[in-house]
Design a protein around this ligand. Structure first.
Ligand SMILES: Nc1ncnc2c1ncn2[C@@H]1O[C@H](COP(=O)(O)OP(=O)(O)OP(=O)(O)O)[C@@H](O)[C@H]1O
Length: 900
């Protein structure tokens, strides 16, 4: 009776929900399609207080409402209209977004990775100079990981291949694992075949099969040979099977292969990912205890790599390992959520802006030695006057604990980012504080990582020519440090994804082979061209979008499954999974271990992709569920898929392997293996606190030439040449932009570009710098014409090198990095140093004397030290005034020259 009542409650609630969507003129119009799917499949989930309808009501429903709805649902015209509208809106949104993205890139003058590829391909196809330059410079093209090329990359390689004498393609089609990001393994298969058959424009190729593994010893090699000769049963056996070369014969017998499983499937499919992570962590602890051997001694934690399919599996393995006291790296972590990270971030924020009261409050809370540590909140809250309360945090700066930091705050802007981070760490006494906290080594590593990120920020800023500032660093840290991936640590197990393991190898490799999961059909599909044309890689391809609606409705699933495009995508995905596991299981040098989340490997991704019967084994005898069970001489049965059809199917080959079943509740029962953590060496070192900061401020570590003062430098500045009438009358707002446009144009190889290219470049530059209001393309072209003509007549036979990067360290140890606008290299090898200035005013000589002598001297000194030769002459080109000015130092600047 209670069952009937429960079913009624559930069904009643369902009906009431339907009614809630009803509208007067059309009661069904707003009912979600998923509700109809529920009716069609009698899939009513229990509501609070109710039950899932039982057998009797189910039968009744199946023959009534379910039968009616399921008959009409998929052919319902309103359903079709809805899906049609959805497809249209998605495609139109995609087109509009791509257009907006393109516009935004153009506005910013930036390109993304694909733009680089497309433009490179375009240059290779259309630009004779580019082709000639590559043809004259390179003889050999070598392409590694060829199987992972995208169609555009392939087209680029084909163009390059035509320009060189010899091409070597290195690839392994068993290792194509980038289908998801645009590589097309099937296509590459065809290209391989076409190259070997000689049916491409490139003539014919010879192929070589390495046949030997210089990586693995016998135990791992036999495992991958036996397994993958069956997985890739459609390829010739000699393309799959590798042997040990004679040179490695002495290493043959070192190593082992193992199979690790949980001894229970408790939690069923949903818990399989957590079971596999636990199995691996238990397995590693157990493995290390058994003192396994490598050619040069015993395995240590740092010799082990664990390869997982997804990032979240990586994270759970790292957690499980760490929970067992095993050092592990691999997953991303938030450095700023650690105590030392909070210290650094708050310290930096306070240095960047000493009025940042949030940062100050954070520091006070973090520092037990700050006099306001316990009272700051109450103190602040007690103040009633708003202004007074706002000013109050400034007093916190006066505490002894923050003195060193406050000194830093005064001249932080002078320092590069790493140079500001280290003193902050010191000023906060972090090395000393950390000693008293848990896990000091790991915390030191956090500080190192933060410095590393600061260094990366600096490099990136330099490449994009953006200024490096403490505020910029703070911004960067709050992004990069929150998802930091530690890739190396002393003697730690590396946990990473299989995709990342490509091309790498480790002495011990553990591969987590997860359970297959049904993600439904692939929604976005690329339909290939019927015939691939390497010169037009994207021709005749089309997109098919199949929205993921009613994903759980089986009749729809079945119907979609009948579509060729869905079937092909599913098969392609399975083949890629097999290749992914191949990559993983060929990374081991000596010890190769497969781990599964289910005791019998039920529904693992490899078997699911190939053949449900691919892998079988007998579980070792499990006497007590809380103990690990081992079968030293277990056997892995691998289905024989190479026998000719018609023979008895189902035969298999046996491969000896050690099989271990691990209990998973080890933590609760206390039988878990715990690797003891060594006492911290760092904690017992003696680091003084409150070290005095440098009393006398040092000069900034870096400087820019344009920031160097001209005062006190004497030079003779004279008009050297008049190139023509001034092109502008006076300057204006945002003149920097005008200067940038002129510089950009003069940076082009003006002497060799045809008139048409100069014209379009001039127009593009003006529009990019928004300089069309002041300059015209004709004016820029005139600037260029006058300049090249002057060089030609004044320095016949000279070569002009534009935008030379230059770096120089002065006597005070300060580093300058910058660009020299142009060097005119005379036939004698001497240099004329050129700086373009877009000064539009009436007193060029006075302006140069006042503003640029310092900068020109630095450029002169750095050029002399880079070339080892005296600079022949220093000139300032004033393109908008139509003048060239010579600058001659009144006193020697470099060691032996009186030029700038
Ligand atoms: N001729 C050789 N003599 C000695 N060692 C070699 C030789 N060739 C390769 N090795 C070593 O064998 C290992 C594997 O080589 P390598 O990584 O080049 O192989 P690969 O074909 O790229 O492998 P995969 O494609 O599976 O990643 C490396 O440690 C390498 O140093």
């Amino acid at each position: 009776m209670s069952n009937v009542e429960g079913s009624l409650i559930t069904l009643d609630r369902f009906l009431r929900d339907l009614d809630a969507h009803a509208e007067e003129d059309d009661p069904f119009a707003r009912i979600p399609w998923s509700n109809w799917a529920k009716v069609a499949e009698t899939n009513y989930s229990a509501v609070p207080g109710g039950k899932k309808p039982g057998k009797v009501p189910q039968e009744l429903l199946e023959n009534s409402s379910a039968a009616i709805v399921s008959e009409h649902l998929l052919s319902n015209s309103a359903f079709h209209d809805n899906i049609g509208a959805l497809v249209t809106v998605v495609i139109e949104t995609a087109i509009a977004s791509l257009g907006a993205y393109e516009e935004q890139k153009n506005r910013l003058g930036v390109m993304d990775f694909v733009d680089q590829e497309i433009r490179a391909l375009d240059l290779l196809r259309t630009n004779a100079r580019v082709r000639a330059s590559i043809a004259s410079r390179y003889r050999l093209l070598a392409v590694d990981e060829f199987q992972d090329s995208s169609p555009i990359q392939l087209a680029i390689f084909m163009e390059l291949a035509e320009l060189v004498d010899e091409v070597i393609w290195v690839g392994d089609r068993k290792q194509a694992i980038y289908g998801f990001r645009g590589a097309d393994p099937e296509l590459m298969n065809e290209v391989f075949a076409a190259l070997i058959d000689g049916t491409t424009v490139l003539g014919s190729a010879t192929s070589e099969n390495p046949g030997a593994s210089w990586r693995s010893t016998e135990a791992p090699l036999e495992l991958s040979n036996a397994l993958f000769s069956q997985v890739f049963s459609d390829q010739k056996e000699d393309e799959v099977i590798l042997s040990i070369p004679p040179q490695r014969e002495h290493l043959r017998s070192i190593g082992s292969r193992e199979l690790w499983v949980p001894n229970t499937d408790k939690g069923k499919d949903n818990a399989s990912n957590s079971r596999i992570a636990k199995v691996i962590a238990e397995g590693v602890a157990d493995f290390l205890k058994r003192s396994p051997q490598l050619p040069d001694g015993e395995v240590s934690q740092g010799d082990i790599a664990v390869l997982m399919r997804t990032n979240s599996q990586v994270a759970s393995v790292v957690n499980e390992l760490r929970a067992r006291g095993i050092r592990a790296v691999g997953s991303t972590s938030d450095l700023l959520s650690t105590r030392e990270g909070q210290f650094v971030a708050a310290g930096l924020a306070a240095v960047v802006d000493p009025d940042d009261s949030v940062a100050l409050a954070e520091l006070v809370t973090l520092m037990p030695d700050h006099h306001s540590h316990h009272t700051w909140f109450d103190d602040t809250a007690r103040i009633t006057d708003k202004e007074e309360r706002r000013a109050h945090p400034q007093e916190w700066w006066n505490d002894a604990a923050l003195i060193a930091l406050s000194e830093l705050a005064v001249n932080a802007a002078h320092h590069s980012s790493v140079e500001v981070l280290l003193p902050i760490i010191d000023a906060l006494d972090l090395p000393q504080r950390i000693k008293a906290w848990t896990n000091p080594e790991a915390r030191l590593a956090t500080l190192d990582a933060l410095c590393q990120i600061a260094g990366e920020y600096e490099d990136a800023a330099k490449q994009t020519r953006l200024p490096v500032t403490p505020a910029g660093l703070l911004d960067h840290l709050s992004e990069a440090a929150t998802a930091y991936e530690q890739t190396s640590a002393h003697d730690a197990v590396l946990v990473t994804t299989i995709h990342q393991s490509k091309g790498l190898q480790w002495p011990v490799v553990i591969v987590g082979i997860p359970m297959a999961k049904d993600y439904g059909h692939r929604e976005v599909n690329v339909e290939k061209a019927p015939v691939f044309d390497a010169r037009h890689p994207l021709a005749n391809r089309s997109l098919r979008y199949l929205p993921g609606v009613l994903k759980d409705y089986s009749p729809l699933k079945e119907r979609l499954g009948e579509l060729n495009v869905v079937r092909h995508a599913g098969e392609a995905e399975e083949r890629e999974t097999a290749r992914l596991i191949y990559v993983a299981l060929t990374r081991a040098e000596c010890h190769s271990i497969m781990a599964f989340g289910d005791p019998t490997g039920r529904r693992n991704v490899l078997s699911s992709a190939i053949d449900d019967g691919l892998l079988k084994w007998d579980l070792p005898q499990i006497a007590d569920g809380s103990l690990r069970a081992v079968d030293q001489s277990g056997s892995l049965q691998i289905a024989d898929r190479r026998q000719s059809t018609g023979n008895d199917t189902g035969s298999s080959r046996d491969l000896p392997i050690r099989i271990i079943a691990f209990p998973l509740d080890a933590d609760d029962t206390g039988t878990g293996v715990h690797v003891p953590v060594a006492p911290s060496f760092y904690a017992s070192t003696d680091i003084p606190t409150g070290r005095p900061t440098n009393a006398s401020p040092r000069p900034p570590a870096r400087f820019t030439a344009s920031g160097v003062d001209s005062e006190g430098i004497d030079a003779e500045v004279t008009i050297l040449a008049d190139l023509g009438e001034p092109l502008v009358e006076k300057g204006g707002k945002d003149w920097d932009r005008i200067g940038d446009a002129v510089h950009a144009y003069l940076g082009l190889p003006l002497a060799v570009l045809p008139a048409e290219a100069l014209h379009s470049a001039a127009k593009r530059i003006l529009s990019r710098w928004d300089a069309e209001g002041v300059l015209s393309a004709e004016m820029l072209i005139e600037v260029g014409r006058r300049w090249t003509e002057w060089i030609d007549t004044t320095f016949p036979g000279a070569e002009v090198v534009t935008e030379s990067p230059i770096a120089w360290r002065n006597d005070a140890g300060q580093v300058m990095e910058g660009w020299i606008d142009a060097r005119i290299v005379l036939p004698t090898g001497e240099h004329v140093l050129v700086d373009h200035k877009s000064y539009p005013g009436a007193d060029p000589i006075g302006h140069i004397r006042e503003n640029y002598l310092g900068q020109l001297r630095v450029y002169g000194q750095s050029l002399e030290s880079a070339t080892g030769r005296v600079t022949a002459q220093t000139v300032v080109h004033l393109p908008l005034l139509g003048k060239v000015v010579a600058v001659l130092a009144a006193e020697p600047a470099g060691q032996n020259s009186n030029h700038m």
